[in-house]
Design a protein around this ligand. Structure first.
Ligand SMILES: Cc1cc2nc3c(=O)[nH]c(=O)nc-3n(C[C@H](O)[C@H](O)[C@H](O)COP(=O)(O)OP(=O)(O)OC[C@H]3O[C@@H](n4cnc5c(N)ncnc54)[C@H](O)[C@@H]3O)c2cc1C
Length: 478
């Protein structure tokens, strides 16, 4: 970390790097700029009075704490953790340590960018230079905007634009040689935090931090990328990279991932995987252009759509007690692990907004609280996609049938068996639709009607017909 590096000299200039959602050392252009300037003072700042609008929820906060602990370790225990008004704290910190530069990674959220402008102005007023870099996207929204400054509204056009017009993602930067300014005893460090029982449960499923992210990427490239294009849809085959929480906290950059998969598997698998990274970009670019994406439907016609208010049905969905096994398995995976497989996210979300006709914002908010990979952009974008009210949306008549989806993508029932153990003894044929199983089969599997596992909370065919009508008229729930 230090040593012969010229920046380690005791009189080398000081740069503050303000860590935000870039909790890593490698391929972090703003941190590298700070390291080139001189000695680096690493800091994170929580501002309880100005939380981001739609602040991430509990599972994300749990992950972030451990990610900060890993980062602090990598920085030799010198990470400062402050709380308060950033526009006041950063200039004060710079004055105390004689810092002449402050660096940070830019965010796509327009309200964060606006706040950043005010913070930069406060620093510059004190004669402190500011340098910000792109630390989280392959391309920033203004690089891909059309002639009028707007964004492509559908993914296929956006993807074409990325391929035709955007420069290829730059090669990743190595971790810089850092001369970290030691933390003085009175400078606050990451506080200890008592873990709740549900947090200890999450911890069994993840290893957090930059090193873990890189190890996960290496394993994915070596073992799962081959076959990704087909395998990614099967929740028990584990072809997904599960890099999303690492990306959401900036423990790894999309550039590192993009380049790591080059030529590492058949072209179709690499292309399918990179397309998912482009979906991530698309969501962030849309958020930049439509800042209200998490609470306003992008298609104005949906502003008057009548959603059903039914707290009991919503609670059954949240707890994985809908009586529809694939939906329940997904919702319980989310509760158990802070994650849900992508295909199952689509099925569970479709069930909420179509079969139950409950407002997609209720689902968005539940996912926000439960997901360790919560991303403001990706969550809002995907919910609008499923609810058909986004710019690029599934056609309204596409209503995922959770029974057919289970047969197709969980054919032996391994995923459902894992997360809905009370159904574990049912044969594969019936596991996605236990209410259809003959009584003798249910008895042999030890299932007592409505006692061990609920009956479906809605009839799938009737609720599908009702959703089709609600969407066809555009009026919503009757
Ligand atoms: C209703 C709903 C809500 C979602 N909420 C989030 C969220 O809050 N945060 C989040 O990161 N993803 C979200 N997704 C997208 C997707 O489900 C996850 O990114 C994916 O499951 C992560 O698993 P993975 O890392 O194994 O993905 P892989 O298949 O390995 O894909 C690689 C990376 O591409 C990105 N990606 C993949 N699919 C999408 C997508 N549809 N949209 C945007 N980026 C994508 C992710 O960063 C992912 O890590 C949501 C999807 C739905 C249907």
């Amino acid at each position: 970390m230090s040593g012969s590096h010229p920046a380690a000299a005791p009189h080398a200039p000081v740069a503050i790097h303000w860590f935000r959602r870039d909790l890593r050392l490698a391929d972090n252009p703003a941190l590298t700029a700070a390291a080139r300037h001189g000695r680096v003072l690493p800091v994170v700042i929580d501002d309880p009075d100005r939380p981001d609008e739609h602040a991430p929820g509990a599972a994300y906060a749990w992950w972030r704490h451990h990610s900060l602990a890993a980062l602090d370790k990598a920085l030799g225990g010198h990470l400062r953790v402050l709380r308060g008004d950033v526009a006041r704290l950063l200039p004060a910190l710079a004055a105390r340590h004689g810092a002449t530069l402050v660096t940070w990674s830019r965010a796509a959220e327009p309200w964060i960018a606006k706040r950043d402008e005010a913070i930069a102005a406060a620093l510059q007023a004190e004669g402190i230079a500011v340098r910000t870099e792109n630390g989280s996207l392959l391309w920033e929204p203004w690089e891909l905007a059309g002639p009028g400054g707007g964004c492509c509204r559908v993914f296929s056009a956006f993807h074409r634009r990325c391929r035709a017009l955007a420069p290829p993602p730059r090669p990743p930067l190595p971790a810089p040689e850092l001369a970290v300014l030691p933390r003085a005893p009175d400078e606050p460090r990451l506080p200890d935090r008592a873990e709740a029982a549900w947090e200890r449960k999450l911890a069994r499923h993840w290893t957090i931090g930059e090193e873990a992210a890189q190890a996960r990427l290496r394993r994915f490239v070596a073992e799962k990328l081959r076959g990704y294009a087909k395998g990614r849809d099967y929740p028990s085959r584990a072809h997904g990279s599960r890099l999303s929480p690492h990306l959401a906290h900036g423990e790894i950059s999309p550039h590192v991932i993009w380049h790591a998969v080059a030529d590492a598997a058949p072209a179709a698998d690499v292309a399918a995987f990179r397309a998912e990274l482009v979906w991530r970009e698309f969501a962030h670019h849309l958020l930049f252009h439509f800042p209200r994406m998490a609470d306003e439907p992008l298609r104005p016609a949906f502003r008057t759509f009548a959603w059903r208010q039914d707290p009991d049905l919503l609670a059954a969905w949240q707890r994985g007690r809908t009586g529809i096994p694939l939906v329940d398995a997904g919702m319980r995976e989310l509760w158990e692990t802070g994650f849900m497989h992508n295909r199952v996210r689509m099925v569970a979300a479709s069930f909420l907004v179509k079969n139950l006709l409950i407002d997609w914002r209720a689902g968005e908010s539940w996912f926000r609280d439960c997901l360790v990979d919560f991303s403001f952009a990706a969550n809002a974008f995907n919910w609008q996609w499923v609810a058909d009210c986004g710019t690029d949306a599934a056609p309204y008549f596409r209503i995922f049938n959770p029974v057919t989806q289970a047969r197709k993508f969980d054919p032996d029932g391994a995923y459902i068996r894992r997360f809905v153990p009370e159904l574990a003894k049912l044969p594969a044929r019936w596991i996605g639709s236990p209410w259809m199983a003959p009584g003798t089969v249910r008895e042999a599997a030890g299932l007592r009607p409505a006692r061990d596992y609920p009956a479906p909370i809605v009839d799938l065919a009737e609720s599908r017909a009702r959703a089709l009508e609600a969407y066809r008229t555009g009026k919503g729930a009757p």
